[in-house]
Design a protein. Structure first.
Length: 131
């Protein structure tokens, strides 16, 4: 299984400590400027509502989802392929495109991430936060 969710952070810590990439909803307002959205400290870490990818599963995630998660905005405001060590921000419009690609390609464990993306429609997109 690529994606993990946890009832609380103690459960996450017992499973793998901090050895995770985190998919986190962006709770900032839509009118927030992009520089602030991708700024260091603009998001928290280890949210209970997040999805997690354990360190041992990152390669599998990249093989299955790397091309789908292309175009996220980095902390330096550039865009490109998924940065597994940094901040990747995806707008609500990109979130819709990503969901369509996932549901079309049906990569490994797609049901879990599809449901998570659908549950996050009220947010201002989402982040993939690197290890």
């Amino acid at each position: 299984m690529i994606f993990h969710s946890f009832a609380n952070q103690e459960e996450r810590e017992n499973f793998g400590g901090t050895a995770f990439m985190e998919l986190q909803y962006c709770t900032l307002r839509p009118e927030t400027e992009i520089k602030k959205i991708v700024g260091v400290g603009a998001h928290g870490n280890w949210m209970d509502s997040s999805l997690y990818i354990y360190l041992d599963d990152i390669e599998s995630f990249c093989l299955n989802y790397g091309d789908i998660f292309y175009g996220g905005t980095y902390n330096n405001l550039h865009k490109g392929r998924l940065d597994i060590n940094g901040i990747n921000y995806y707008t609500p419009a990109q979130t819709k495109e990503i969901l369509l690609k996932i549901e079309g390609k049906k990569p490994l464990d797609y049901e879990v991430i599809s449901e998570w993306l659908k549950n996050g429609k009220q947010y201002n997109g989402f982040y993939v936060l690197g290890v």
